[in-house]
Design a protein around this ligand. Sequence first.
Ligand code: SF4
Length: 313
Amino acid sequence: MKVGIPRALFYYSFYPMFKTFFEKLGVKTVVSSPTTKKVLDNGIKDTVTDACVPVKLYHGHVADLIGKVDFVFVPRLVCIDNEATFCPKFLGLPDMVTYSIDNLPPLITPRIDFRNGRLELLKVCYSIGRMFTKNVVKIFKAYQESIKSLKNYEQEFLEGKIPPLNIKKRLNSDINLGALGYPYMLYDQYLSLNLLKKLFDLGVSVTTPEMISREDKLKQAGKLKKTLFWHYSNGVIRTAFHMFENCNIDGIIHVTAFGCGPDFIVDKLLELEAKKRSVPFLTITLDEQTGEEGLKTRLEAFVDMLRLRRRLA
Ligand code: SF4
């Protein structure tokens, strides 16, 4: 048996957990190919025009798995922190994929909502595990191992590594920059036009939201009058507040997707807060048309400006 995992959206947050869980059950996992123009074009073909580019890309990655696997894993992620849900497009993924892409293998679409109680994840793992084995002990061990591998993955980020890109945060740089955005924007090399690597090449030290611990983000929870409705958006906002107050940050780059509903709010909130604190702020909006040279020029200009500002301070 082979289960396909699309290399998009929550892949960048949870992939090691998914992979470990299936493999400990004795099921092979196949990840869709890294993003290319062809993968994105296939996704665009299968989705409505006004969907955001990460959702279009997700469809392309699901399509990439057709003919390679027996099942495709498309969970319906609803809530994992008891305070906010994922963006509505995440909630609708299994339905969008089912009705948009032809000749799909069967989908595994568990609904994951931690508001159902502390045992939610265990229950979900049990229901998936029963599809492949009757051995309850094996399922429980697979569940435990999967949690462990997720913790290890998160720890790597906290140590300054970016496992999906295989690079490590530059230390001792003259410029300390926050690169904010959702993991599926920042860590997909094709979609982000290699933005993090470009900053790395400019000699900048970059911190991303995944490098800030959950506890540190939670300490910033009361800074907005109201908690936002969406899980990843809260992560980005709280990271920004943490950076403003604790990281001696020179500037912030917010990477956002064209057509992203939540980011219309998040981007404005970040911009206003940065302005209030006199922290230079740059928004990079990416879509399927964004050109690499234009991005490079904007990053270089921003970093030059930050260096000049430092010299003049
Ligand atoms: S949060 Fe924005 S970018 Fe992410 S899936 Fe929702 S609309 Fe798309």
